[in-house]
Each structure stands twice: as C-alpha cells, then as structure tokens.
Design a binder for this molecule. Structure first.
Ligand SMILES: *[C@@H]1O[C@H](CO)[C@@H](O)[C@H](O)[C@H]1NC(C)=O
Length: 374
C-alpha cells in the first residue's frame, strides 16, 4: 500500500479505533455521549507497538515483525472499510489484528458448513432432524422486550478456543450447559476437549461434513455424538488444551447426558426468540466476516452474505436498543457469546442486529435437551 493511501485510511480509522476503551494507548474523550473524540494521530507503527505490548506478542525476528506490521496496517484499513459498512458497531484494533483474514478464518472459526452455508443444516432438518414445536402467535407476542440468560445464571464465563477451529465444540457445550441449567438449576462448565479429541461424527445428510477437532465441525453432529457416546464430561475432568489429541473419554465421569436436539424454524426471528426463552441458550451458525475487527456496539453490516456460515456461537439473549451515543434510535439485536476470550468484542460478546437474518444468524439454529441423570 502506498504511503499516501495509508494516511487516508488512518485518518478515517483513528477516531473509530479511539472508540476502543480497552486499548489504554488510544485515548477517548466523549462529551456527554456525543461523537467528538480526540486522538493522538498515531502511526500504524506506534499502534502496532502498543498492540504487541498489550497482547504480549513475540515474533521470531525482525522480518516476522515487519510482516506482522504490514498485516496489522492492512487490518486497520479493513477495519475502516468495515466501519463504513457497519456504522452502528465500532471496528478497530482487536486481539486478532496481526492475523491475515485467511489465518483468522482457519484458526478462529471452524464451522464445517462453509461451502454449502446453512444448506447442510436445512437438508438435515428436512430429512432427519426433528423440528422444535413452534410457539403460538400469542406466545411470541407475550415475549419480553429484552431477555438475557446471563442474568439468570445459565451461561458460563467466556472461553477461549485459541488457534484451533473448534468453535463448533464451544457452541455445543454452551447449549448443553444452558439446557442442563434449565433442567437442574445447576450450571456446570463442560468439556470442549472431549468433542475435539473424540467426536468424528459425520452429518447424516453429507458424508464429508465430519467433526474434526481443530479443523472444524458441526453442532448437530456433536449432539448426535453425545447421544451415542453417553454424554459430556466436565471441564475440570477433561480440560481444554486447544490441540487435537488422543481421546480420553471416561464414561464413568459423564456429567450431563443429551436426550435429543431440535431445529428452530429458520429465518423466523419470533420463533427463535421464543425458543431461546423456552429452551435456553441456542447454538447458531453465522458468517464471521465482520468479527475480526469488531470492538463493540450493534453490528449491522449493510452487506454480509447469509449463505456463508463459518462460525458456531451461542445465542444467549436479545435486546432492543443499540449504541445510544450514535443516536440511531431503535435497533433490535441479538446477544451472542463467542469463544475468543474476554479481550475480544464486548467482554467476549457480540451484538448483531436482529430481524433481517444479518450474516445468516437465523439460518442454523438448534436447541438441545438434556436427559435426567442416570
Ligand atoms: C426431548 O427430551 C426432553 C427431555 O427428556 C423431552 O421432554 C422432549 O419431549 C424431547 N423432545 C423431542 C422432540 O423428542
């Protein structure tokens, strides 16, 4: 990138990057919720140095440092482009700003539905997956305006998948943790590593869509595996390592058994809210295209292909007002638990606008039910 292009990108970006209140290096001055901010006019070199310090990055040598600085500068420009396409969110420097988009997708997503998007899921729904009993219109009309399973104790702390495409395992454990909480009132931290090491289940409708540790998987395959194998162990009994290893499943240590799983009607936002309130946190797939640069706010990108689902996450709530300081008024959103640690997004959470299937979030939604203890 030529120097003058970089300067243009930076001028555009800095006020936005300044919105990151996580990054102490970039200060923000807000006058009563307005938009005016001051910024110190940092060059990418200075921002990168702050990033390296903040995240304790160590690169193999000066060449690698220089290469990562170029990637970082390109990501600043990408964040500015994302900001223009997604004005109600804030995009800027994130813990993944030194990764190329390809590295990011390989290491931090991992939903094996890329090629066909939600297509495999829809075929599964048509062929063999039971549908959740739909809510009546009255039930949907009576749903609260805002709802959040975190406030009700159904959600464990934000976890970190690391450099491993195991999002599908975190989405699965999150749904099972929530269902177990609803059934028993007891919140357990369950093991993703069991799924990463032991679950090689293939989709009932696509033989090449198999769960494969850090190389990706599907939540519906994982539920089928859990029903077959007997259940899920606790995190403390089978801790997460972030690499695929030999299966150490111990049937005598199963903490939660899965009874069944159901598909929530796709594309129907009212039905998804009803299922969320009735069944607990839901496993969803989405297109993570705007997440590498996401810092906060309600993400509502103007263009985000729905057919490309590459990331499995957990839907835990919904609300009806966005980032007030932008004065965009009423903006309904989903509250989504991610598995990239608390330093990403809003303390590990993503808010995505609700009602228009943005980024395909209403396409692949599933609920799980746990069986009573043996
Ligand atoms: C799933 O399992 C739960 C708990 O055992 C049960 O109440 C429910 O009827 C089952 N649903 C389906 C669709 O089989």
């Amino acid at each position: 990138m030529a120097a003058h292009q970089l300067v243009v990108a930076l001028l555009f970006l800095l006020p936005l990057a300044g919105a990151s209140d996580h990054d102490g290096f970039i200060r923000q001055v807000t006058d009563g919720g307005g938009l005016s901010r001051s910024w110190p006019g940092l060059l990418p070199e200075a921002q990168f140095a702050a990033f390296v310090r903040r995240h304790g990055r160590r690169y193999s040598g000066p060449e690698e440092y220089a290469r990562r600085l170029r990637v970082f500068a390109a990501n600043l420009a990408r964040a500015a482009a994302h900001q223009a396409m997604d004005p109600s969110a804030r995009h800027g420097v994130t813990p993944f700003s030194d990764l190329t988009p390809q590295e990011f997708e390989a290491r931090l997503t991992g939903l094996r539905a890329g090629g066909g998007g939600g297509d495999v899921f829809q075929r599964l729904v048509r062929r063999s997956m039971p549908a959740a009993a739909p809510a009546t219109e009255e039930e949907v009309a009576r749903l609260p305006d805002t709802f959040d399973w975190r406030e009700r104790g159904a959600v464990t702390g934000v976890k970190t998948q690391g450099a491993c495409g195991s999002c599908w395992a975190f989405s699965t454990t999150g749904a099972v943790e929530g269902a177990h909480f609803l059934a028993t009132g007891n919140l357990l931290d369950l093991s993703e590593q069991q799924l990463v090491d032991c679950d090689h289940t293939c989709s009932a409708v696509a033989e090449n869509e198999c769960d494969n540790g850090c190389a990706g998987g599907l939540m519906t395959n994982a539920y089928a595996y859990l029903m077959k194998t007997g259940g899920l162990m606790e995190q403390s009994a089978y801790p997460y390592t972030g690499t695929q290893g030999t299966c150490r499943f111990d049937a005598s240590k199963v903490a939660v058994r899965v009874a069944n799983f159901t598909a929530v009607p796709a594309g129907d936002e009212g039905q998804i809210r009803a299922a969320l309130v009735r069944r607990g946190p839901l496993a969803v797939g989405l297109n993570a295209a705007f997440m590498q640069t996401y810092v906060g706010g309600v993400s509502c990108p103007l263009v985000c292909p729905r057919a490309w689902l590459n990331h499995g996450v957990l839907l835990v709530g919904y609300g009806a007002r966005g980032f007030a300081a932008l004065r965009l008024g009423y903006r309904p959103y989903w509250v989504i638990k991610n598995s990239w640690g608390e330093r990403w997004g809003e303390k590990g959470y993503y808010r995505l606008c609700r009602g228009t299937n943005v980024c395909g979030v209403d396409t692949m939604v599933s609920a799980v039910a746990v069986a009573p203890p043996p």
